[in-house]
Write a protein of this length. Structure first.
Lengths: 505, 305
């Protein structure tokens, strides 16, 4: 099929971190003008591989071949000189700097800032991704930030653009815009290495795929000739148990009522909550969709009691006003909370699992007697959670940070569910965990609701919400849309709400 | 010379060491490193400076040695926090204590030795302007240098590409590393600059301000410089404002005390601290939005490789 040599060939790349083999003899070829998917679960070695290609990591064995000639990519600068650009998933923009400054930092050379700003607004308009060079990045939406990242790569006129999970933070409409840009890049003869685990997306826009599992290539294929199920099997090496899927209309009593809740932003770059109203009944899962940074953190803090509401009646749990009540008070009333960030917020990284169980359960789980900790009860409790949620942990009582993301998340959620809470508020339940753990967690949330609890799920993952929620709301700029039954929600209508269209001002 | 002119002159002299030390620390913090050892580097500069000046008889050589001494001490700090990724707060505090102790040893043979301070530089013609002339154009070289430093640092941070890279490193070191910038080398240079400035500020104390050595003569000015950087929102000209405000209040409260203002002297002595913090906090609050400081400030950086 290929008459000319591939643009990039990865040959036998191996990279070890201590005992962990992140990449094991990985081969991969990207043809000119091709959108090539790199598929795999979390921890399959995708990020390690692209970091090697971009010169951020050095391989222990193997080589890169660029346009038919072996190259040593010593640094990102060297990668850029070859014509490789990369759009990172996280940690790559400077919030306090302007768009033009962010772009200038990624350009090698010493063009004056004004000239870069000028070129940036021209190029960004030409690609249909308009940007204001003078704005500071922290003022931009997530979609706009991604534009900055893409534009700063395109300004270097790359032959190969690496995109690391680009749509995980976008609304469906923003993702469409991205796909249009990618089509245009292909038409210009550029290649794209597209990292994702969204299979439908990959089948739509990519013409080749390399699938990694446990650091090894398990398949090269044409995703258009595969089904989502067959791709998932290759990624996971087995079938994922489908989730029982029955949306209901809950008739139970109201367990959580939020009325006219307003709250100032938590920090300088935060969002103020404006007149939030919602009602959550026993037996249902309510999903709150929205692009990151639209007030989810503030809403979670208000519900959990980390931030107190302005007046008591703003939050009512089981008929009792708790707006001014602290976290422990709310926990004693049967509520449980699982924050978004499992390391640092949900669990203390350097503390053992039993100690972490104590942290969220000291007020409610009877771990204390005369103010002293009863270790036997703690150990029993952790054992129960570990068995119920299949937490794989190695040593008997490891530190939280020693667990993989998926296992820690199962522990953090299991720790709360084991209490059989009347109300569970959970943010991003399956963020960054593999499909198996995600399925376990989602099933547990649905089972909890069916057993008579009320479950509130704040998530950016629309697929997840459509799967498990009975009703859905969208949060945008600190305002919450009215809830709609999931059966009536479409990706398009939700996407529009997530982008702020049709939201009452 | 009128009393008013004399007061203004003493205010400038009192403010200059604060300004020099603060502007150095400002650059360090903009690169994302919190060096709490300013006091230590300043006092070691003061001791080494006067020791070198007395031994060789050359003030210029004394100044040079003071700057080098400040840089040498900051190098210890850099080795700890960059080389070993040690906690910056602990390393900085240790540096402050180390500097105070070490300066006592260096300065011991020179206690009480008097020498003439560094003289003023008169700029021809301009210094003849009535009133303004002597104030602005008949100063010691440190005053000119401090103003030049502020302008240079401002230009460097806002206009130059190297300054942009330095700010980027302080803002998000992981991203700067991902773009291929040598985070630790840039931070090392910033730390050395901060050390040099602190040493220079120390030299001003022992060679101009009180031209003799006493142990612990910086008397907490390094800490004030640190506070000025924070309350100045990491902006050079605002740091200058803070330094001069503090210097002015220190001098004025002395005059107020001698004039017999019916307030407890302890309260008057505390006033410069209170008012400087109050004013800079109010300015900081008035400036809406924006990051509070370099986002990576104080976070150790360990590249994965």
């Amino acid at each position: 099929m290929q008459a000319s040599p591939p643009l990039l060939a990865v040959e036998g790349i191996t990279k070890r971190f201590g005992a962990l083999e992140a990449n094991n003899a990985v081969d991969l070829k990207v043809a000119p003008g091709e959108i090539h998917a790199l598929l795999g679960e979390n921890g399959a070695g995708k990020s390690t591989l692209v970091k090697i290609i971009y010169g951020l990591l050095r391989p222990d064995a193997g080589r890169l071949v660029w346009r038919g000639a072996p190259v040593a990519v010593e640094s990102p600068r060297a990668a850029r000189a070859l014509g490789i650009g990369m759009v990172f998933q996280h940690f790559s923009l400077f919030e306090a700097l302007t768009v033009a400054e962010n772009v200038a930092l990624a350009l090698d050379g010493s063009a004056p800032l004004d000239e870069i700003a000028q070129r940036l607004s021209e190029t960004s308009r030409a690609y249909g991704l308009p940007l204001d060079p003078k704005r500071e990045v922290w003022r931009l939406s997530v979609g706009e930030r991604q534009r900055v990242e893409i534009m700063r790569c395109l300004m270097q006129d790359p032959s190969l653009l690496i995109l690391d999970e680009p749509t995980s933070v976008l609304t469906p409409q923003e993702a469409e815009g991205l796909f249009a840009t990618l089509a245009r890049l292909r038409a210009e003869g550029r290649s794209v290495l597209y990292i994702s685990h969204k299979l439908d997306e990959v089948r739509r826009i990519c013409e080749a795929a390399t699938i990694l599992r446990g650091g090894q290539v398990v398949a090269h294929c044409d995703p258009r000739a595969e089904t989502a199920a067959s791709l998932a099997r290759m990624m996971m090496g087995g079938d994922v148990v489908p989730i029982r899927h029955d949306h209901i209309e809950a008739q139970g009593p109201v367990r959580l009522a939020v009325s006219a809740l307003s709250l100032p932003p938590l920090h300088a770059h935060g969002i103020a909550l404006a007149n939030i109203n919602l009602e959550l009944r026993a037996g249902e899962v309510l999903g709150i969709a929205g692009v990151a940074g639209n007030g989810q953190d503030e809403l979670f803090a208000a519900l959990s009691g980390e931030e107190l509401a302005p007046h008591d009646a703003a939050i009512v749990m089981d008929g009792v006003a708790v707006g001014r009540a602290g976290i422990n008070e709310r926990r004693r009333r049967g509520a449980a909370f699982v924050p978004e960030e499992r390391l640092g917020h949900g669990a203390a990284p350097a503390m053992r699992l039993t100690e972490n169980a104590l942290l969220s359960g000291h007020a409610t789980n009877g771990f204390l007697r005369y103010g002293l900790v009863e270790r036997a009860k703690l150990t029993d409790f952790v054992g129960k959670v570990v068995r119920a949620f299949d937490v794989r942990k190695g040593p008997a009582d490891p530190e939280a940070r020693a667990l993989s993301g998926g296992n820690l998340q199962k522990f953090v959620i299991g720790r709360e569910i084991a209490r059989k809470p009347g109300l569970l508020v959970v943010a991003q339940p399956s963020w960054g965990v593999d499909a198996g753990a995600a399925a376990t967690i989602r099933q547990a949330l649905m089972d909890l609701a069916r057993a008579g609890s009320a479950v509130l799920v704040i998530s950016q993952d629309l697929d997840e919400l459509l799967e498990i929620s009975d009703r859905l709301c969208v949060i945008f700029m600190g305002r919450l849309s009215p809830a709609m039954p999931t059966a009536e929600a479409t990706r398009e209508s939700l996407g529009l709400l997530m982008g702020g269209a049709g939201m009452a001002a | 010379m009128t009393l008013f002119e004399a007061i203004i002159l003493t205010i400038i002299t009192a403010s200059t060491p604060l300004l020099i030390a603060a502007i150095g620390e400002l650059v360090v913090e903009r690169a994302g490193v919190l060096n709490l050892g300013v006091e230590g580097m300043m006092v070691i500069g003061a001791a080494a400076g006067i020791a070198a000046a007395i031994t060789t008889g050359s003030s210029s050589f004394g100044v040079l040695v003071a700057v080098l001494a400040g840089m040498a001490l900051s190098l210890v700090f850099a080795a700890l926090v960059l080389g070993l990724a040690a906690n910056q707060v602990a390393a900085g505090l240790a540096l402050a204590i180390l500097g105070l102790g070490l300066s006592g040893v260096i300065g011991a043979p020179f206690v009480g030795v008097q020498r003439a301070g560094i003289g003023k530089i008169e700029i021809p013609w301009l210094s003849e302007i009535p009133f303004l002339g002597p104030l602005l154009f008949r100063q010691d070289p440190f005053v000119y240098a401090s103003i030049a430093l502020v302008v240079a640092v401002w230009w460097f941070l806002t206009k130059s590409r190297a300054g942009l890279v330095l700010r980027a490193v302080g803002e998000n070191h992981a991203a700067a590393h991902a773009l291929g910038y040598p985070v630790r080398r840039i931070r090392l240079l910033a730390i050395l600059f901060g050390g040099g400035c602190a040493g220079l500020a120390g030299a001003y104390m022992s060679l101009v301000y009180t031209p003799f050595w006493t142990s612990g003569m910086t008397a907490g000015r390094g800490w004030i410089a640190l506070a000025i950087v924070v309350f100045a929102s990491w902006l050079p000209f605002r740091a200058m404002l803070g330094a001069y405000l503090f210097g002015a209040l220190t001098i004025l409260q002395l005059h107020a005390q001698s004039a017999g203002v019916p307030l407890p002297s302890q309260f008057l002595a505390a006033l410069p601290y209170l008012i400087t913090i109050l004013v800079l906090v109010l300015i900081m609050r008035a400036r809406r939005g924006g990051a509070a400081g370099p986002a990576s400030l104080g976070v150790p950086f360990v590249p994965d490789r």
